[in-house]
Write a protein that binds this ligand. Structure first.
Ligand SMILES: [Zn+2]
Length: 213
């Protein structure tokens, strides 16, 4: 991208804080999982966590340093993402109405995925919304429950609008799972090649050193 000159009045320059869905205890959100016919709703990858999430580099045939080095999360875990439409529901004359909505990426664990998989069997997400009840905010433990119908899919115009709005978010989903680091960057992230980490020297006992003189 080309450089440009400007003063200190630019409103469009903001810290890139990535907004995503977060459940809150005591609040039940009604949501729909956004995907078009023939589209896969989820993206996922095996990830590690050390100060930040990053993608696992190992393949079936070859284990890489992210899995070989010893640290707390050296066993890779699945991270999955999809796009949610979160409804703002009002009530008018005792009838539920849709006041508005917000599209948000939702990133979740393999445990959450299993809950959704089980639900989708009986209540396919292309026909049903879900309610999301948060039971633990720190761990983002979310209990999904089925709804009779899908709000956003009930009106063809709304389907078109929401799918169009979700295009860019869907493209960005995989980037939200974890950083795609090189093996060298992973070594740095794990502190292996960081300055001051001189494991070999620490492991050597004084006896060895003396004998070697
Ligand atoms: Zn790995």
């Amino acid at each position: 991208m080309a450089t440009e000159e400007f003063g200190f009045e630019r409103e469009d320059i903001q810290p890139s804080r990535f907004k995503k869905y977060k459940g809150k205890v005591g609040r039940v959100d009604r949501a729909g999982i956004v995907f078009a016919e023939g589209q896969q709703p989820c993206v996922g990858a095996a990830c590690h966590f050390k100060d930040r999430y990053f993608l696992c580099k190992s393949t079936k045939d070859k284990k890489e340093i992210c899995c070989l080095h010893s640290y707390e999360n050296n066993l890779p875990k699945s991270r999955i993402a999809c796009v949610l439409v979160i409804y703002d529901i009002g009530e008018k004359d005792g009838k539920k109405t849709l006041r508005g909505y917000e599209l948000l990426p939702w990133i979740f664990s393999d445990t959450q995925y299993v809950k959704l998989r089980n639900l989708n069997k009986e209540w396919p997400f292309d026909k049903h919304d879900i309610t999301l009840t948060c039971t633990n905010e720190d761990f983002q433990t979310i209990e999904p429950n089925p709804c009779k119908e899908s709000f956003w899919r009930s009106k063809p115009d709304l389907v078109k609008k929401i799918l169009a709005e979700a295009v860019e978010m869907r493209k960005g989903l995989s980037r939200q799972l974890g950083a795609d680091l090189s093996v060298t960057e992973i070594r740095e992230q794990l502190g292996i090649d960081a300055p001051g980490s001189d494991d070999a020297a620490v492991d050597m006992s004084l006896g060895d050193v003396v004998t070697n003189i």
